[in-house]
Design a protein around this ligand. Structure first.
Ligand SMILES: Cc1cc2nc3c(=O)[nH]c(=O)nc-3n(C[C@H](O)[C@H](O)[C@H](O)COP(=O)(O)OP(=O)(O)OC[C@H]3O[C@@H](n4cnc5c(N)ncnc54)[C@H](O)[C@@H]3O)c2cc1C
Length: 395
């Protein structure tokens, strides 16, 4: 059995790597197993709000990520192209919440976290190693992991499942329920900044609200790449993050009648698209089995309509580390404490993201009323509605 201060983390995604860093700082020995043979550049842009960036700053990750700080968010009418509301972000958010807002390539964020992890002698990252099976004992866990040499059993005092939407950890801990498909797919493309009009290279997030679809784009990687995500109504629901998407199929959602020329020009530019189906869960549930717990999407997948999926995984990691901070802390009660602390907040964010999925894709009179309400409210007040998300700090 590994030393009593060893924790096994399944998954080296955003949540798993943040947890590894936070726990190493507390003197834990951490073993992270990741099924992917390499941490590659898969994925596209992720937005990170101050509730998450303040944690990354504290962990020394900020200076490693090639994030872009947006000047603001411009919300636009898909058909006319007119601006409905403008929300200042850059200095305004940093001043109000004490930490920046970032637009970052997921691969860059993961690489920045992995770089920080590589400097921690007490963290071992085992790539190409998949968690397959689990047994919970009174005082520990036996995890069966598969790598190129075959399957081995690891006996550890505690386990964190950070293995994402289709979590093996969750299933092995006895919860076989599946995430819920929400009848939408997200299509993403990345373009060199030189291929888009000057206006779209500015450090801004643009959100176009259309009929049963919306479009978001912003620069990442120090402004050298433009991340484009189009979310459309769809019945395709295969798991995975990177299925090839047929360009013609996507363009059918961006007709001349419904979309302004600028938006269509942007969507027509990339020749290749990847897509993923959108899932969440109806609750925030933890299997509560011995010294094990879940963080991030494994615990509470959410729709991307509030851009909080990665942020919640980062918050989870920080709170879990706090609960495990006492040198004498028995991991099992510490993990139950973490779950109790997180449940209500994450549920509220999950529900707010689901509500936005309806609001963003409205049509007809409902869309008119929404646009009018946004205009009247204005960007500052639109942002202030989310103070409860952005102003959060770990306990
Ligand atoms: C390849 C990929 C691309 C993505 N692209 C985007 C994107 O473009 N935009 C966006 O908003 N979100 C994207 N996401 C999702 C986003 O990163 C997460 O919603 C969010 O960061 C929450 O992070 P997480 O740590 O809970 O899970 P994730 O970041 O999804 O990480 C989970 C990790 O666990 C690993 N894993 C899974 N099962 C096992 C197992 N049995 N054993 C060992 N390791 C395992 C996975 O390979 C992955 O590295 C992507 C996720 C992945 C995995």
């Amino acid at each position: 059995m590994a030393s009593s201060r060893t924790i096994l983390i399944a998954g080296a995604g955003i949540g798993g790597l943040t947890a590894a860093l936070a726990l190493a700082r507390l003197g834990y020995r951490v073993v992270v197993v990741e099924q992917a043979p390499a941490l590659s550049d898969v994925g596209a842009g992720i937005q990170l709000s101050p509730n998450a960036t303040r944690i990354l700053q504290d962990l020394g990750v900020a200076e490693r990520a090639t994030a872009v700080v947006p000047e603001g968010l411009s919300i636009r009418h898909a058909r006319t192209g007119a601006e409905i509301a403008y929300m200042p972000i850059g200095c305004a958010m940093e001043f109000r919440y004490g930490a920046p807002y970032w637009m970052v390539h997921r691969g860059d964020l993961q690489a920045a976290l992995a770089d920080a992890v590589s400097e921690q002698p007490d963290v071992v990252l085992r790539l190409g190693t998949k968690l397959e099976d689990l047994a919970v004992h009174a005082k520990g866990i036996t995890a069966s992991v598969r790598d190129a040499r075959g399957v081995t059993d690891e006996r550890v005092p505690a386990l964190i499942g950070a293995d994402g939407l289709w979590s093996t950890t969750r299933a092995q801990l006895g919860d076989e329920t599946k995430p819920i498909f929400r009848n939408r797919t997200a299509w993403r493309a990345i373009l060199p900044a030189s291929e888009v009009p000057d206006e779209f290279r500015r450090p801004m997030t643009r959100l176009w609200l259309g009929h049963n679809a919306h479009l978001v784009h912003y620069p990442v990687r120090g402004g050298t790449l433009i991340n484009i995500v189009a979310i459309v109504a769809d019945r395709w629901n295969a798991p995975g993050w990177s299925a090839p998407g047929a360009r013609d199929e996507l363009l059918r959602h961006f007709s001349r009648e419904r979309w302004a020329k600028d938006a269509r020009t942007l969507v027509e530019t990339p020749l290749t698209w990847a897509k993923w189906a959108l899932f969440d869960r109806d609750d925030v549930s933890f299997p509560e089995q011995g010294p094990s717990t879940l963080i991030g999407d494994a615990a509470h997948p959410m729709l991307p309509f509030l851009a909080q999926g990665a942020a919640m995984a980062i918050e989870d990691a920080a709170v879990l580390a706090q609960c495990l901070a006492s040198p004498s802390s028995d991991p099992e009660p510490a993990m139950r404490r973490y779950e109790a602390i997180r449940r209500a907040r994450v549920r509220r964010v999950q529900q707010a993201a689901l509500a936005n999925s309806r609001t963003y894709h409205m049509s007809g009179p409902a869309a008119l009323a929404r646009n009018l309400a946004m205009q009247l409210m204005g960007g500052e007040r639109l942002r202030a509605r989310y103070d409860w998300i952005y102003d959060w700090r770990p306990g």
